[in-house]
Design a protein around this ligand. Structure first.
Ligand SMILES: Nc1nc2c(ncn2[C@@H]2O[C@H](COP(=O)(O)OP(=O)(O)OP(=O)(O)O)[C@@H](O)[C@H]2O)c(=O)[nH]1
Ligand SMILES: [Mg+2]
Length: 261
């Protein structure tokens, strides 16, 4: 992978998937714009019945750095991100960031992720980076030293830590936060993956993308973030999303063994 040029600022696209995030969309887009004034924002809305898409359109009309991708209906986080990545790569962005609309991923901490992509070669960060290799994918991590979660009950911590530990072990991923959704990809890394082959939706999508990146030989680095539980709007987390992740991870682990990888 070639490094981003030293003197040219990376063109950064922050992708924000939304489904019924009326109370959050303006707030989160404003925070991203304030924290990273050069970055562009793409809201990816799945025809939210609460009017989130129209609110995003109003933001885009007032700010040339804000864009909206309208999708026909709710298809899950994974499909929304795949569509956003395709758009962002086609538009020529160098770095594509995943960030939730509910404030769990603080835009004020995005510089931590971007700094790693902009630094080359990397030195002593945690994660999988070989010294001297530039990162292709940076994970905002709750479970490395310095990482934290605010306002989560014990059972959400247990599901997240347990799920990460399970996927880490059975898939052989040397990463602490396997399901986290605060990530920065180099566009060239996304181009090297077959995004059309990704069919997972919820937390499984995050595990799937990480596993594909590692298998493709990309360099993955974790940096600590503080994850803040949503304060407004309804969660889309469900038993189905947790079950999808468990079943898919188990299936991937089996097929990996069968195929000797
Ligand atoms: N476009 C789109 N966005 C989605 C879909 N499902 C969830 N999202 C968005 O994905 C982000 C993460 O969803 P959340 O509901 O916060 O899920 P979560 O973070 O696992 O759950 P909580 O911690 O309880 O908030 C939010 O910005 C959602 O609006 C979907 O089907 N389509
Ligand atoms: Mg959330």
């Amino acid at each position: 992978m070639t490094a981003l040029p030293d003197n040219v600022p990376a063109r950064v696209l922050v992708m924000i998937p939304t489904y019924n995030e009326r109370d959050n969309v303006d707030w989160i887009v404003s925070r991203v714009r304030a924290a990273q004034p050069d970055a562009h924002v793409l809201v990816v809305d799945d025809a939210s019945p609460d009017g989130t898409g129209e609110l995003a359109d109003a933001l885009a009309a007032a700010d040339p750095h804000v864009h909206v991708l309208h999708r026909a209906g709710k298809e899950g986080l994974g499909r929304a991100y795949i569509a956003a990545m395709g758009w962002g790569v086609a538009q020529g962005f160098d770095v594509l960031v995943e960030l939730d609309a509910d404030g769990s991923h603080q835009p004020e901490q995005l510089s931590r992720l971007l700094e790693v992509l902009e630094q080359s070669p990397l030195s002593t960060r945690s994660g999988l980076s070989d010294k001297g290799r530039a990162a292709d994918l940076v994970l905002g991590s709750r479970w490395v030293p310095g990482g934290a979660v605010e306002n989560w009950p014990w059972y959400r911590r247990a599901i997240s830590r347990g799920g990460s530990a399970y996927a880490r072990v059975v898939l052989g991923l040397r990463v602490q936060d396997v399901t986290g959704g605060y990530r920065a990809f180099r566009a060239s890394a996304l181009e090297s993956l077959d995004l059309d082959a990704v069919h997972s939706h919820g937390y499984a999508f995050q595990v799937d993308m990480l596993a594909r990146a590692v298998r493709a030989g990309l360099t993955v680095v974790e940096v600590p973030i503080t994850f803040v539980e949503r304060e407004r709007g309804a969660s889309k987390m469900s038993l189905g999303i947790v079950a999808e992740a468990m079943l898919r991870v188990t299936w991937w682990a089996f097929s990996r063994r069968l195929m000797g990888r």
